[in-house]
Design a protein around this ligand. Structure first.
Ligand SMILES: CCCCC/C=C\C/C=C\CC/C=C/CC(=O)SCCNC(=O)CCNC(=O)[C@H](O)C(C)(C)COP(=O)(O)OP(=O)(O)OC[C@H]1O[C@@H](n2cnc3c(N)ncnc32)[C@H](O)[C@@H]1OP(=O)(O)O
Length: 302
């Protein structure tokens, strides 16, 4: 009993620095509907939360068609859903997955980084940082059920999770491919990849902008498991059950011990990172290449 109380105090003390200033901004979530068992179901236009209170797990489905690009509104809705689940003692784990067929997430929304003013870029980048910090440090077990392609920011979101299950489909690939767009993955993207696959593999993957197909992704360690497409959700559920078997306080503290130094680096350099991003993204050359890339994506169909 005394040990459990002590652990709770220690956990709160360790988590406190991240609790401050990391609250999601108010957004356009719909009203929470009361479930018959007292558990709230959360709805928002772009995020569907399917709670399984008996298991202590919620499935968070990203629904921002056509490609789940991480727009400012979508990021805000994701953060609000995460915060609600974290504040509800029913839940100990979430599975994040996509409701858009064949696409987990196309990454950061290029239209948020193109043809806007510096204030908008700063606001957007702060929301991207927030997404990374909140998911990376979540006290919940977070498992990614990756049921589609997952480049750049989509890969980053997966890398914040505790475990990644990827569907074995040759059309799917995952990686931080920023260099292919002529942009540079920020240091905290890089740190997250290094923490996952090691320095040498990360250096090669980042310089070459590699997008790994399933077998390669598993070999290099970008994902933890590759399974047939129809088993992605069930595998994520059974892995979740294993993780939830571990005493929660011990697991949470270990997660913080492992991730704190990486998160601290961004927390101490957050404003400078925003300034760097705004300076970089405002460059004519960067705007031109992002614009050309977007045009190429649009013309692909025609
Ligand atoms: C030393 C100094 C260092 C300083 C460093 C400081 C800061 C660092 C600076 C910048 C870092 C910024 C980091 C960015 C990370 C990112 O995430 S960038 C985004 C990367 N994402 C991609 O490259 C994916 C692009 N999309 C695709 O490849 C394909 O769309 C797809 C995902 C494979 C799906 O293909 P599909 O054929 O099904 O769909 P379409 O291609 O037809 O797309 C449909 C529709 O969606 C639009 N769209 C696609 N992706 C995006 C996106 N990421 N953002 C916005 N919009 C997107 C596409 O244009 C189509 O639009 P429509 O024609 O109007 O329907």
């Amino acid at each position: 009993m005394a040990l459990a109380v002590g652990m709770r105090v220690l956990t709160r003390a360790l988590l406190r620095p991240w609790a401050r200033g990391l609250r999601a901004a108010p957004g356009r979530t719909g009203p929470a509907a009361g479930g018959g068992d007292g558990v709230r179901c959360f709805r928002s236009p772009r995020v569907l939360v399917e709670p399984d209170p008996a298991a202590g797990v919620a499935v968070v489905k990203m629904r921002n068609p056509p490609v789940n690009s991480l727009s400012l509104e979508f990021l805000t809705e994701l953060l609000i859903s995460l915060e609600k689940l974290e504040n509800d003692k029913t839940f100990h784990g979430i599975i994040i997955t996509s409701d858009c067929p064949g696409i987990f997430s196309a990454g950061l929304d290029l239209t948020e980084m193109c043809g806007r003013d510096p204030e908008h870029y700063a606001e957007y980048w702060k929301a991207v940082q927030e997404m990374w910090l909140r998911f990376y440090l979540s006290n919940l077990v977070v498992i990614a059920a990756i049921n589609g392609i997952s480049p750049a920011g989509g890969c980053l979101l997966s890398l914040t999770c505790d475990y990644r299950v990827l569907a074995n489909n040759p059309k799917y690939a995952i990686g931080l491919n920023e260099t292919l767009l002529g942009i540079v993955a920020p240091f905290w993207f890089k740190d997250t990849l290094v923490n996952t696959i090691g320095h040498r593999s990360a250096e090669r993957a980042l310089q070459l902008g590699l997008l790994f197909p399933p077998a390669e992704a598993l070999r290099v360690g970008v994902v933890d498991q590759v399974v047939p497409e129809d088993q992605v959700q069930s595998t994520a559920r059974s892995v979740m059950a294993q993780w939830l078997d571990i005493p929660d306080h011990a697991r949470q503290l270990t997660k913080i011990l492992m991730r704190k130094p990486t998160a601290d680096r961004l927390l101490t350099e957050r404003d400078a990172d925003i300034e760097n991003f705004v300076r970089f993204i405002c460059k004519d050359s960067i705007q031109k290449s992002l614009h050309a890339y977007l045009e190429k994506l649009k013309q692909k169909k025609g």
